[in-house]
Design a protein around this ligand. Sequence first.
Ligand SMILES: Nc1ncnc2c1ncn2[C@@H]1O[C@H](COP(=O)(O)OP(=O)(O)OP(=O)(O)O)[C@@H](O)[C@H]1O
Ligand code: SF4
Ligand SMILES: [Mg+2]
Length: 330
Amino acid sequence: MNNNAEILLKVENLKMHFPIYRGIFQRQVGAVHAVDGVDFEVYRGETLGLVGESGCGKSTTGRAILQLYKPTEGQVHFEGVDLVKLRGEEMRKMRRKMQMVFQDPYASLNPRMTVEQIVSEPLVVHNVLSGKELQERVKELLELVGLNPAFATRYPHEFSGGQRQRVGVARAIALNPSFIICDEPISALDVSIQAQVVNLLEELQEKFNLTYLFIAHDLSMVRHISKRVAVMYLGVVMELAPRDELYDHPLHPYTQALLSAVPIPDPVADAERSRTILEGDVPSPVNPPSGCRFRTRCPIAQEICAQERPVFREMKPGHFVACHFAEKFM
Ligand SMILES: Nc1ncnc2c1ncn2[C@@H]1O[C@H](COP(=O)(O)OP(=O)(O)OP(=O)(O)O)[C@@H](O)[C@H]1O
Ligand code: SF4
Ligand SMILES: [Mg+2]
């Protein structure tokens, strides 16, 4: 699959370590290994779901891709250009093509700005439009996300959660980007509203051939929207596969555990299937386990798992797994 698809984004060995300083001399005593060697590609026009428990490094991966953090190591190729090497004006131009939609539309929208100001800000900052044209564009953007342009003079608090997220989406598409990182865009919304926002994102994707990296903390949230799904644990991608392949034939014990926690509608099948219960907490990213990051919670861990970090390898076409014993589940 994807033989003919164009690679829009290629992330290679991406690492983001946050230094920890202590004492009066502020000596570096360690680092949070938030993202620790991540590789994946995103094809133009697709949605790649990125899933993992809280604190596993999803948002940091997103921010390091957009160069909001300078990666500690690794490369981020966007349309063939390594973003890590870009500076100044070149980066500014690239940045227009990549946007982010955040989890909490209230915290991410300035409460003292009207919707019109919020949506027009990127267009003003990048000197794209002004005056009447700017006003027209804002009107058009609000219509695109299903908001009444007559509300342009209102403030974020006058909207519902779902409407506020629409404002966030309008702002994200204002500069005609090709790539949007949706960082848990529906997690804070009522279940009844979630589907509407997902539908809107899908509509816009089709209309403008947008590419999404869609971040969520649970597998059920990305199933509908994703073409492929990547599962992250403690700063590392453990498994990546086409959507149905991942849900039907997970090869990594961590993915299997996450999936067995997702209820299935048929109560008989639900009672009969085997369950892997995840025990214990996620270890600290300051001092992650040696070898395989998942070994402290893995039901099938062996000695080698503590000694060698499993290679992220392609077990079937497009299906990548980082586990020494992935063959077991083939
Ligand atoms: N600026 C920072 N400085 C230091 N540590 C950070 C920073 N940002 C994130 N971290 C740490 O890096 C790790 C990964 O955080 P990140 O926010 O990327 O996780 P996440 O997967 O997005 O979690 P969530 O589902 O809660 O949003 C966490 O341990 C977090 O505390
Ligand atoms: S490498 Fe070892 S510890 Fe890691 S998931 Fe595979 S079996 Fe479990
Ligand atoms: Mg996050």
